[in-house]
Design a protein around this ligand. Structure first.
Ligand code: HEC
Length: 112
């Protein structure tokens, strides 16, 4: 009986392990690198997206945004399409997380 319980318990642990190892695929940590890529493609038309200053000054520079907005504020802002010319321009949660991580990384550089 004890052996049977051990086997059942073991299967339970194994099952949990498989479930845990399978689930992170849907919950990858935000990637500032992917965010930088996205910013260069989609945001640089209006924003200065890199500390080096490539872009335009039609909108606040990402470094400026990083210094005055918290990540939750940036996320909330990006959940809505913004800037009239880009109506219908909307990001997935994943893209918002990535680009927010990227903007956040600019703040750390500016402070050091
Ligand atoms: C068509 C031009 C345009 C594009 C493209 C654009 N933005 Fe903007 N963005 C603006 C303008 C103009 C403002 C300031 C006015 C406003 O709030 O709408 C702004 C404001 C913001 C703000 C808030 C700044 C603040 O502190 O108030 C964030 C965050 C932001 N943009 C992020 C992004 C990101 C991320 C992208 C790319 C995925 C992007 N923007 C693409 C024009 C643009």
């Amino acid at each position: 009986m004890r052996a049977l319980l051990a086997v059942v318990g073991g299967l339970g642990v194994l099952g949990t392990g498989l479930w845990l190892s399978a689930s992170p695929a849907g919950a990858v940590a935000p990637s500032a690198e992917a965010g930088a890529d996205l910013a260069a493609r989609w945001c640089a038309a209006c924003h200065v997206v890199a500390p080096s200053g490539a872009g335009t000054d039609a909108a606040p520079a990402f470094t400026t945004i990083a210094n005055r907005r918290s990540p939750p504020e940036i996320r909330a802002f990006l959940a809505q399409p913004h800037a009239r010319p880009m109506r219908g321009f909307s990001l997935t949660t994943r893209e918002i997380d990535d680009v927010t991580a990227y903007i956040e990384s600019l703040q750390q550089k500016a402070e050091r």
